[in-house]
Ligand binder design. Structure first.
Ligand code: PLP
Length: 398
């Protein structure tokens, strides 16, 4: 392909996508878009920490004291705040140790590709997050199995197959590792992985387990301690991955687990060795967020009150809100054009809730994914619900 053709082709490919809305305000209960105020009905800032005064103050104090950038963790970049944050996260998650990264995506890549080699075996839920899929690709594992969404019978079938493959030793003579990996909360439907059954099967077949708790942290379990706490499975999941960009509203990712595992990641994970550490501001902000949650479950309670309220009201109106077990509230509008039109009409009425269409979900499973947060008052929610009712009736959905 000539260089001109290459750029023309890129231009054509890009035309089919739509640029995102540009936010001109903080990410609280409302957003400013094109100079107008819109109800924020679809962000993952579950606890409202994106505009928290306490986090802002923690950032200012830390930056005044320590400046801005840090560095490479293994060179001159391991700051005392990083260590404090890792300790705080381990305590919060009830785990032995933690390691932080600059994103959940990075944490997933590190979690999988550092421990698996080509000859190991991975078994993954078909609806796992893109970063898990990429992490598996990065590990270059040849024996990859994908089991039907949350289907433990299918998982066991794959484990049986994996167990057979394991009989052939690796080139170095060792027995291959089997890793089962799943999202904790599936972000499009808000349903939960069947972790207790997964753990049982993992024991039976001597497989390692990994859960990506991106949408569980700050949401599920006691005071938002996540899906492992929700199912009371402390110490029984080998690798827990989290993000600091959803409920914690900052950026970064982390892994918790046994000391041996975390120390190994700190020595070997390429995402840790060859990429810069979190900045002072990010680290201080998350540290404050963890402190807030460690002390009080007020925000988590408010999130769940709002969640129950909005689901009840949507159901009363006759909307189909799917199978969610979390604040993620999909309003099912299977026709993609309908979902787009619904969202556009909401936007004109002052409600920002983006449509989720293929390839983010299967064709015929389009929806508007509503996520209430602890920053919404009842009045805010009532306004959003009222506008959903109005558009729903206008478009004959309800
Ligand atoms: C958002 C998300 C990630 C990515 O986290 P970042 O910190 O934004 O990189 C990973 N896994 C799941 C399940 C997510 O929802």
């Amino acid at each position: 392909m000539s260089i001109t053709n290459f750029y023309e082709k890129l231009d054509e490919l890009v035309k089919s996508g739509k640029p995102p809305r540009v936010i001109e305000s903080g990410e609280g209960a409302y957003l400013t878009i094109d100079g107008k105020k819109k109800l924020n009905f679809c962000s993952s800032h579950y606890l409202g920490l994106a505009v928290s005064d306490r986090l802002k103050k923690a950032i200012k104090t830390a930056v005044d004291k320590y400046g801005i950038g840090t560095g490479y963790r293994t060179l001159a970049g391991t700051h005392t705040l990083h260590i404090q944050l890792e300790e705080a996260l381990a305590r919060f998650k009830n785990a032995e140790a933690a390691i932080i990264f600059t994103g959940g995506y990075m944490a997933n890549c590190a979690a999988i590709s550092t421990i698996l080699s080509k000859e190991d075996i991975v078994i993954s839920d078909e609806l796992n997050h893109a970063s898990i899929i990429d992490a598996i690709r990065l590990s270059q594992v040849k024996n990859k199995f994908v089991y039907k969404h949350k289907d433990v019978t299918d998982l066991e079938a794959k484990l049986t197959e994996a167990d057979r493959l394991r009989k052939t030793p690796k080139e170095n003579g060792e027995e291959p590792i089997i890793l089962i990996v799943t999202d904790g909360v599936f972000s499009m439907d808000g349903d939960l992985a069947p972790l207790p059954q997964i753990v049982k099967l993992a024991r039976k077949y001597q497989a390692l387990t990994m859960v990506d708790d991106a949408h569980g942290e700050g949401v599920l379990g006691k005071g938002g301690r996540g899906i492992v706490d929700h199912f009371n499975l402390h110490g029984q999941i080998d690798i827990e991955v989290g993000t600091l960009s959803k409920a914690f509203s900052v950026m970064g990712g982390f892994i918790t687990g046994k000391k041996e595992l975390i120390n190994f990641y700190k020595q070997k994970a390429r995402q840790f060795l060859f990429s810069n550490a979190l900045t002072i501001a990010d680290t201080a902000a998350v540290l404050e967020g963890v402190k807030i949650l460690q002390k009080s479950d007020r925000l988590v309670k408010k999130l769940w009150d709002n969640t129950r309220y909005i689901k009840d009201e949507f159901e009363k109106l006759g909307f189909d809100t799917g199978q969610s077990q979390t604040p993620i509230t999909p309003v099912m509008l299977p026709d993609e054009d309908l979902a787009r039109e619904f969202s556009a009409k909401l936007f004109d009425l002052g409600v920002f809730a983006t449509p989720i269409v293929f390839p983010m979900v299967q064709k015929g499973k389009a929806r508007i994914r509503v996520i209430p947060s602890a920053s919404h008052s009842k009045k805010d929610l009532d306004f959003g619900i009222k506008m959903f009712e109005k558009v729903g009736k206008e478009l004959k959905v309800i």
